[in-house]
Ligand binder design. Structure first.
Ligand code: CAA
Length: 385
């Protein structure tokens, strides 16, 4: 599959790998321990163009293709999944949404700072009582003259504690159900926007997550993203792109766990030989390697489908869902085996293996659980949606 990669792709992969291994890997354990947001490395990622990889240069991005995006997220995740979460959400859920649905004026005002890394972007769909069933949201936006007045509570907002720009989904016409949802671009420094409870998380602890509360927040009509009632389609279209990013980060952490396991298995001695010489360990390693390669194929295939869609406008919903489903379950499976191969050391905070295991879990949950991916894939196969 790597044969698909051009010399430019290989160069980008090496550049991001060098950066991530030098700048991110050494600080990952500290940020995991403290939960401090990694402002310094995020700033450097912005300077390298990693916060807006597919955004054209005229809007502050790096102007690269989707395969480059996937390679970059994969390499960042190999060093630290939390950093790749910040990057993936910024790139796909925010930049992709603004690039495709914003007006020229909105792009100049919001896409440029987010794609160049001057501001961090967030995406806000989920509510305390509305997760997988995203269309049941309660946050209301009521038009008053040239503003919408927004009230409600959003949860699990990745980068919420630090975001300068948020793409928010709110109900403008509840009678129309999902067709009554509208998207808005939120300036977080305006009155009425309140950052709520920060989530204490199992993994990706350096990626800050919080509730965001809207209390009579006045959003100008000029900040509506797309038309009234188009919000649900925007949310779903953007999630298709986002799911490829999550697949890439799952692939990255699975690779990191596999590499560490191969090295440890060769080095660790038991019963007079390296544990790599035991068939029980070999079979685990063989299955880990095979699943990683299968996840890579599905993820790169989804990237190619998204790239092709730039010309054809075709949906790549199923490709993205398959990649996310398989890569995230691979990440969880491979990191679980990695802990097992490392034994007690896999359970210890002295090595990054237990962090890989905790970080991998979220990839089966956010941007659509594995159950939602299966639902989307089954509907596609059956032709029912
Ligand atoms: N692209 C474009 N349009 C789409 C679409 C897609 N991928 N999927 C659905 N639609 C359209 C449908 O065509 C339909 O259009 P019409 O109004 O013309 O009929 C409309 O959207 C409604 O579609 P469904 O009937 O399929 O909707 P549903 O209520 O059955 O739900 C779902 C579909 C797939 C379950 C969806 O609700 C879903 O994806 N849920 C999971 C939500 C999710 O991923 N949340 C994560 C939030 S982000 C996050 O994790 C936090 C973070 O910051 C990282």
């Amino acid at each position: 599959m790597d044969l698909l990669l051009t010399a430019e792709h290989e160069m980008l992969r090496q550049t991001v790998r060098d950066f991530a291994q030098k700048e991110i890997a050494p600080i990952a354990a500290h940020h995991d321990e403290t939960g401090e947001f990694p402002f310094e490395t995020v700033k450097k990622m912005g300077e390298l163009g990693l916060m807006g990889l597919e955004v054209p240069e005229e809007y502050g991005g790096a102007g690269l293709d989707t395969v480059s995006y996937v390679l970059a997220i994969e390499e960042i995740a190999r060093a630290d999944v939390a950093h790749s979460t910040i990057t993936s959400v910024n790139n796909s859920l925010v930049c992709h949404g603004l690039l495709h649905f914003a007006t020229e004026e909105q792009k100049r005002k919001y896409l440029v700072p987010v794609a160049s890394g001057q501001k961090i972007g967030a995406y806000s769909l989920t509510e305390p009582m509305s997760g997988s069933d995203a269309a049941t949201m309660r946050t209301r936006a009521v038009r008053q003259g040239d503003d919408y007045v927004i009230n409600g509570r959003k949860s699990w907002v990745t980068s919420g504690p630090v975001a300068g720009v948020i793409i928010l989904f709110a109900m403008t016409d509840p009678d129309k159900k999902h067709r009554g949802i509208t998207a808005f671009i939120i300036d977080t420094d305006k009155p009425g926007f309140v950052r709520g409870k920060v989530e204490p998380k199992l993994g990706i602890r350096a990626s800050a997550t919080c509730e965001c509360v809207y209390e009579d927040y006045r959003c100008p009509v000029a900040n509506r993203l797309g038309a009234e009632g188009e919000g649900f389609k925007i949310a779903m279209t953007v999630l298709d792109a986002g799911r490829i990013g999550i697949a890439a980060q799952a692939l990255g952490v699975a690779e990191a766990a596999l590499e560490a396991s191969l090295a440890y298995a060769k080095e660790r001695q038991a019963f007079g030989q390296s544990i790599a010489e035991f068939q029980g360990i070999q079979w685990m390693l063989a299955d880990m390697g095979t699943r990683v390669e299968a996840a890579r194929m599905l993820t790169y295939r989804a990237a190619l489908a998204k790239e092709a869609a730039k010309k054809t406008g075709a949906r790549y919903t199923a490709e993205a869902a398959m990649a996310k489903l398989y890569a995230s379950e691979t990440a969880m499976w491979v990191t679980t085996k990695a802990v097992q191969i490392h034994g007690g050391m896999g359970y210890s905070k002295e090595l990054p293996i237990e962090r890989y295991f905790r970080d991998a879990k979220i990839t089966e949950i956010y941007e659509g659980t594995s159950e939602i991916q299966r639902l989307v894939i089954a509907r596609h196969l059956l032709g029912t949606k």
